[in-house]
Design a protein around this ligand. Sequence first.
Ligand code: 5GP
Length: 178
Amino acid sequence: MNDFTKIIVSENDIGRKLDVMSAQIRADYAGKDLLLVGVLKGAVMVMADLARRMPPTVQMDWMAISSYGSGTKSSGVVRILKDLDADLTGKHVLIVEDIIDSGLTLSWLLGNLQSRGAESVEIAALLRKPDAVKVEVPIKYLGFDIPNEFVVGYGLDFAEKYRTLPFVAILNPEVYGG
Ligand code: 5GP
């Protein structure tokens, strides 16, 4: 059995897209101090590869959150497991996300960070699923729109596995007994 039915975003695709996204971000934040905020653990890979395309003055910080929900769907009710170390007052913040599905988690995060006195809060996301349009979240920098399938790789897991793959693939439903 193959663990994946299809690779939908290759390692090369990701690299080329991050080149484009990072060029836009560098231009938009030229002369400004930028703080990249990632949500553990899914955003680790995209954060690492995006941050290495930024000027060396860029800062990184992390949050761990858990979304109360039934099964695989998030509810938008969020608990902070690990908060940011940084004080956001007067900072330019860019949330770096792996994937936006319903958008509920991100919508909560955006409101939460905006309430901390940041000068600006924007969003960069590598992947977006069609359902994301249900909740209005303004994504300033987007990588790829992908089909409504469960994907793994490049930070995204199934039961903590497959995060280390350099590409994004559709998980074979047989892996989770589907
Ligand atoms: P949202 O609140 O946008 O529905 O949830 C987003 C979170 O759900 C992502 O940060 C990610 O952790 C998880 N998620 C959504 N779709 C997928 C997927 O296809 N594969 C994996 N591994 N996680 C996903």
